[in-house]
Write a protein that binds this ligand. Sequence first.
Ligand SMILES: [Zn+2]
Length: 478
Amino acid sequence: MTTRGRASAREKAVGALAQMTLVCDRCRARFEPAGSPGRCQCGGLLHVEFPLAEVVERTTFDVRLSSWQALDRSGVWRYRELLPPLPAAAIVTRPEGNTALYQHPQLTDWTGCEELFLKHEGENPTGSFKDRGMTVAISHARTIGAQAVACASTGNTAASVAAYAALAGLPSVVFLPAGKIAAGKLGQAIAYGARIVQVEGDFDAAMRLVEEASRELGLYLLNSVNPFRLEGQKTIVFELLHQLGWSVPDWIVLPGGNLGNAAAFGVALAQLRDVGWLERLPRLAVIQAAGAAPFYAAYRSGFREFRPVAAETIATAIRIGNPVSYERARRAIELTDGLVDTVSDEEILEAKARVDRTGNRVRTGISCLGRRRSQARRARGHSARRSSGGDSHWSCLEGSGCSLGVSSRGSSTTARETAGDDRAHPRRVGRSIGSCVVKCVSRLRVPISDPVSTCWRWPSAAIFRLVTSWTRRSASFG
Ligand SMILES: [Zn+2]
């Protein structure tokens, strides 16, 4: 790029950032979006405020479906008028989204409703809905001139971060909690060029370390506290309603772990209502695994109390006892007069098998099952709240990152064994990561130079020196 071109790109970036403000959900403090967005000092989550672009006609989105322009092809940026106004030159897109809606008579019969659509978010570029949020967050990272990115992850996020960082030409570092790995996803992240730090402790320990590393080293943090990721996840709802010709389903059913999607869906629906594109709101049903159901417990108490739990379920991506987006998800349920329900691990495996048999491989089938369960309860008169509309029209979100642990071998036995790995000795976990790396590298013929470092008992300063050496090419780590 010429000097003049660079200056013009900088001006556009500054202009775009000036239109956005980060606002704390809890204390309403306001921040400029010029750095890596984490939490507010009060501990609250931030959200992005921006003026909606000139409201376009809905037919604009139909026209974009026949375009070959990268932003129009993306199932996220197609709806850019409803997203933070990042400069086009900074946008990094695969393109993501464009996930299909499926209908299967067997599943419709099994769930007991008249019409059922499955939206398969596993069809995103790296295999999970995380790509939708990642394209927006990485594009913001480029807009502010970030030099390296980082996340704590057990699987899907790592793969998505690594892929989008590679596409943006940025180094990426993944902090991995010992014994909580989805090896297939980790192999994917390594193949995309991410560097991995294994740390002793659980996901929360890895999260604390990556937040500290982000502050100390200036790494751009890509975990779900990043408000730009939630912005991208809103497009699941935009695309779903677009595919249904903007006719509103009675219910949208989705799995609930960290509750980021439930929160994003609530925001997206409120936005569509505000621009006058929905004649009514669909109701949201969030389904949790019985062993990891703090949101369900809060719902049963009328949201009077919320208590984190020690989570245990084979569905590793929703094995979360203290969901980050609890408050926002609660608002989404209240906004849509929604409901929360639970299913057992045995039921999850049965539902997965049923959905798989329709030719759609998913990780859990939990949404479909939730639909069936809620229908059955209603039939028995146990519904928590009376349905306000007919039950003819449902949309379920599947394959959205509800990983069954190591799913590369695909059997339920493997999933159970993997779930049991939580208490595995660090050396055993280290060996299994090692064999995953070797397999992945030998298949791809990539030269291996210790992409995984094991830092069981290292002080954080030593870990940060290692990370700095990996990201050394960046001027900011000088
Ligand atoms: Zn605050």
